[in-house]
Design a protein around this ligand. Structure first.
Ligand SMILES: NC(=O)c1ccc[n+]([C@@H]2O[C@H](COP(=O)([O-])OP(=O)(O)OC[C@H]3O[C@@H](n4cnc5c(N)ncnc54)[C@H](OP(=O)(O)O)[C@@H]3O)[C@@H](O)[C@H]2O)c1
Length: 350
């Protein structure tokens, strides 16, 4: 039985984070109450805290923990109290968020069992970035999956192979039989190759795009740009063949220099089974809900093969009280091939 009050990291003025005692949220229809064990940080967390700045909302997206209570109308047999669970919620906008002792999550969307042999610290990242990777691969593009690999040669450029989304994309793409080219800082070449990239190029070199174009003989058609900023788009535009292609993007993307380059966006929060309006109206149609369930199952099934590794974990101290430092670290651009992760048990108690 959950207590009535818990500690949560809330949004403070100017994107600061304040740990407060709040009421424990109640699971509504189709929801579960989760006792959080570990939580992991995504760029959306500090960006939402700072730029949307809904003071008082509970911050944080990704979590792992244990099912504490099952709300009404949850399909029979889906979860039982005590199950180990991981996933994501929309943080930074509501009285419910992931960086808290308890949270309410959808029972069906954006949630999966902690894979066999995974710690809570590793599983805490099985949320926003992992689902986003699947959206880029199987929604923006339509690639084969690791469960049904291709023998037809397909070359994919993963811009940002060391980012959190990028590390998932590289592994899934390689295990699906694609030829994977990635960009990363030189210090992360070994990591990105160990995840399956066939070639890695340093995005900081001014001719990175031209080098990729030469290496692919001007025939590159498919890109996932996990960074989706001016600098990464320049590399991508330079790398694509003259016949153009398709870029899966994650942020508002610079306009391509040629009409034959198509940009397809995706939004992670579409996978949570609810309509939402920030920054624009997104409707959770039956097709979107079906896709979310399909992606959750695919993620679970691929993880069950034991061949996919989590991002290297950077465990920060002080649990909920450490979040402010983690946000600053990420906002300063210091994250490099790491998943900032915290444990609830490390939160100092009065
Ligand atoms: N559309 C959505 O719903 C959605 C979902 C998830 C994330 N996003 C957005 O996608 C972006 C990536 O998220 P994330 O969690 O994967 O980020 P992250 O792990 O925090 O990204 C850090 C990594 O980015 C790499 N990087 C930075 N600039 C680069 C460049 N110009 N080219 C190649 N790599 C570069 C760095 O690589 P090195 O260390 O090798 O330098 C670093 O390891 C963020 O802007 C996030 O807000 C959007």
């Amino acid at each position: 039985m959950a207590p009535s009050k818990h500690l949560a990291a809330t949004v403070g003025p100017a994107g600061s984070v304040i740990v407060k005692e709040l009421d424990v949220p109640k699971p509504g229809p189709g929801e579960i109450l989760v006792k959080v064990v570990a939580f992991a940080q995504n760029p959306t967390d500090w960006k939402t805290a700072k730029f949307v700045n809904r003071v008082g909302a509970v911050t944080g997206t990704d979590f792992s923990g244990v099912v504490e209570e099952i709300g009404p109308d949850v399909p029979e047999g889906l979860w039982k109290v005590g199950d180990r669970v991981a996933g994501y919620v929309r943080g930074g906008l509501y009285p419910n968020g992931a960086f808290a002792e308890y949270l309410v999550a959808s029972a069906q969307y954006g949630v999966l069992p902690v894979p066999e042999g995974w710690s809570f610290e590793d599983a805490a990242q099985l949320g926003c970035a992992a689902f986003t990777a699947l959206q880029t691969l199987y929604q923006s593009h339509n690639f084969p999956t690791p469960l049904n690999p291709t023998t037809t040669p397909i070359t994919l450029l993963v811009s940002g192979g060391a980012s959190s989304v990028g590390q998932w994309v590289v592994q899934f793409a390689k295990q699906a039989g694609l030829y994977v080219i990635a960009t990363a800082s030189a210090k992360n070449f070994d990591l990105v190759k160990s995840l399956g990239a066939d070639e890695v190029f340093d995005y900081k070199e001014p001719d990175a795009g031209a080098k990729i174009k030469a290496s692919t003989k001007g025939e590159l058609k498919y890109v996932i740009d996990t960074i989706s900023e001016e600098s990464s788009a320049k590399v991508v535009f330079d790398a694509l063949g003259d016949e153009g292609g398709v870029i899966a993007a994650l942020l508002k993307y610079p306009t391509p220099p040629r009409d034959n380059i198509k940009v397809v966006n995706s939004a992670a929060f579409d996978m949570l089974g609810k309509d939402y309006e920030i920054p624009m109206k997104h409707v959770s149609t039956p097709a979107v809900k079906e896709r979310s369930v399909r992606f959750g199952k695919l993620l679970s099934d691929v993880l069950a093969t034991g061949k996919v590794k989590p991002n290297p974990v950077l465990l920060l101290p002080n649990g909920l009280a450490g979040v402010q430092n983690g946000y600053q670290y990420m906002a300063d651009g210091k994250v490099s091939a790491q998943k900032i992760t915290y444990r609830i048990a490390d939160t100092p108690r009065a």
